[in-house]
Design a binder for this molecule. Sequence first.
Ligand SMILES: [Zn+2]
Length: 375
Amino acid sequence: MASAGEDDGIPAASGSPDASLTQDDSFTATSHAGLTYPWGEAAPGAGETIRIANGIRWARIPMPGSLGHINSWLLDDADGIAVVDTGICLTLCSDAWKALYAGALKDARITRVIGTHLHPDHIGLAGWIAKKHGVKLWMTRGEMLTARAIVADSSDSAPDEVIAQSRAAGWDEAALDAQKARGWNMFQRMIFPLPRSYVRMQDGDRLDMGAHQWRVVTGSGHSPEHACLWNEHEGVLVSGDQVLPRISSNVSVNITEPDADPLGEWLASIDKLLGVIPPDVITCPAHGEPFKGLHVRLTALRDEHRMRLYKLAEAIAETPMRAVDCFPLLFNRPIGEHNQGLATGEALAHLKRLEIEGRVRKEDRDGVWWYHGVA
Ligand SMILES: [Zn+2]
């Protein structure tokens, strides 16, 4: 259902979106060992798709920022094509869709839009595509309702509790002032208005798409209720950000749920995927190239986090630390103003996990959290 002025509300790209909202930056280079990339370095160009297996094609949507792109997966549906993930609400991304409509998707009917999770690079254009084609948005409830809540919560200055958490993590006054000045929440600006209603997906659901069946497998930690899609017959997993081949998805404590244990959820999700999905699938991630070696990658991700937890616990046993003091142990690149928010969220996630495992305890000293070893 195309409407006149279909571009309304999609801003032109100007600079990079706030990294703390794309949430996909990597802090740790990861090994490629054990993974094979059947398509090598190839990637679909503008307006093009690459066939992955029966019923699934790969499109690439360019994005600003360090990620540079998101992959969209096009699934054969009963009477057309279902779109999985969309890019940010920028003309850079909507132009890529127009190129697809004029190219590989020419004359194709779009049947539905599926969002793996709430981050703007995934659902930024979901509302636009759904509106344009008169189709529904499919998401899990945890992702949809959280997205709507975050969209509703923006302001020109950072809220007091955000500043208090940054101070507790050990930020200095200059960094706190900069955070206040930056304002709060660019999420809204990176997402085309979401439809009021959606179709709920739940863990274990089977999505019937013509000749193909896709099973919903949820994970958590990077986002509340991330949906992966698994086609057992074709041996394909659309993994979103739940499994990425080269970078480690951000796992952060957020201000909306400061007592959460996202790293615990992330590690449990890795174990779940290892138990549910066979090792020989082709994994189609949101960023990077499709690969084989899912279990190798999941095990490596788990081991990386476990190693970081171990190093952190060892260091804290020697001397009390704040979240900011953990950065050199957790990340192998400099942390500055542009990535301090993400780094803090990730450090707090590791510290929370250590607290729950009884390896550190938190002391609030004049509004700053100090972590001590537990003998
Ligand atoms: Zn994400």
